[in-house]
Design a protein around this ligand. Structure first.
Ligand SMILES: Nc1ncnc2c1ncn2[C@@H]1O[C@H](COP(=O)(O)OP(=O)(O)OP(=O)(O)O)[C@@H](O)[C@H]1O
Ligand SMILES: [Mg+2]
Length: 296
């Protein structure tokens, strides 16, 4: 089947050949079909879907005009486009947290703006925005946030304590108030909104210092509490519609508890795709973290 972007074919796998064989042959198929690329996917047992593209849609600059309308669903949000031009949606429902990793200037904060821009019109979503960089990046977004803070650790600790208290209160009240034990069974509402906790430059808050001086000990105690608060929000927040998004330049330097807890619940974005702009294939890493490598 041909369309204006390329060619799609669904083929019954020939005896003895599997998806890997078709993927290996994708380059030859692309040459034969006059395509820049061919992608092979398993559609069903024994069925391979081949998608050939005449040009790479991700190389073209893309502009997004957000509608300002209340999103039709809070089950997922729109991340960008996949290589075949289809939309890539990231699941929100039943997700306890995500980690977005990438070097400076790779678009992490812009990703938050894109997310907030889509969800902000909904009265069933509230934001907690923490910017560890402490600069002006979030100044336009803070007015929409329920709580916001920059890089003052004590202020952030106080803010996270409030969110943690909300979580504990919701856990204590959910069965009585909503009549269910998982808020996602009903979906977020203005009276029980989804709370998205964004912590940008998250490594700022989890960095312990070495030494025994009193101020070092006080700093490390603060860091330990921040770490515990985030870990518990990730571990216990999902069923009461609280979700944590950690953004960092050093995903590997994150404290193991929050990092592992969040990555463990990362949903597979399907089909995998690419964020707008030139740092492409990171969204395809549907595994555990969103990592935008500049080189792709
Ligand atoms: N999808 C995009 N398309 C085009 N330009 C983008 C896109 N995302 C980000 N940019 C631009 O790239 C620059 C860096 O983006 P951003 O501030 O989001 O990076 P970052 O990963 O948060 O960096 P840092 O770690 O330094 O905070 C910005 O000037 C932004 O306008
Ligand atoms: Mg940033």
């Amino acid at each position: 089947m041909a369309d204006d972007r390329g060619v799609t074919a669904t083929v019954a796998a020939i005896a003895g050949a599997g998806l890997a064989d078709y993927q290996q042959a994708a380059g030859y198929l692309a040459d034969t079909w006059g395509c820049v690329s061919v992608r092979a996917e398993q559609q069903a047992p024994g069925l391979i879907r081949l998608r050939g593209l005449h040009r790479d849609p991700l190389l073209a600059p893309a502009r997004v005009d957000l509608s300002g309308m209340v999103p039709a669903s809070l089950e997922s949000w729109w991340l960008g486009w996949a290589e075949d031009g289809s939309l890539v949606m990231v699941r929100l429902a039943e997700v306890s947290g995500t980690v977005v990793g990438g070097l400076a200037g790779f678009g992490k904060t812009m990703l938050v703006a894109h997310l907030v821009g889509q969800l902000a019109p909904s009265p069933a979503v509230q934001f907690v925005l923490i910017d560890g960089k402490g600069g002006p990046d979030y100044d336009q977004l803070f007015p929409r946030a329920w709580l916001s803070a920059k890089d003052d650790l004590t202020e952030v600790r106080d803010l996270l304590r409030r969110v943690h208290r909300l979580m504990a209160d919701r856990q204590g009240a959910i069965a009585q108030v909503l009549g269910v034990t998982d808020a996602w069974h009903l979906g977020p509402s203005p009276s029980w909104p989804l709370v998205v906790v964004v912590i940008d430059e998250a490594h700022t808050f989890f960095h312990e210092r070495k030494g025994t001086a009193p101020e070092v000990k006080a700093h490390n105690a603060l860091v330990a509490e921040l770490s515990r608060l985030v870990e518990e929000l990730v571990r216990k927040g999902r069923n009461v519609a609280i979700q944590v998004m950690l953004l960092t330049q050093r995903a590997t330097g994150m404290p193991s508890r929050p990092a592992s807890a969040t990555t463990a619940r990362w949903p597979s974005a399907s089909p995998p795709g690419r964020w707008m702009g030139p740092w492409p294939r990171w969204a395809r890493r549907s595994a555990s973290t969103l990592t935008p490598p500049r080189s792709c």
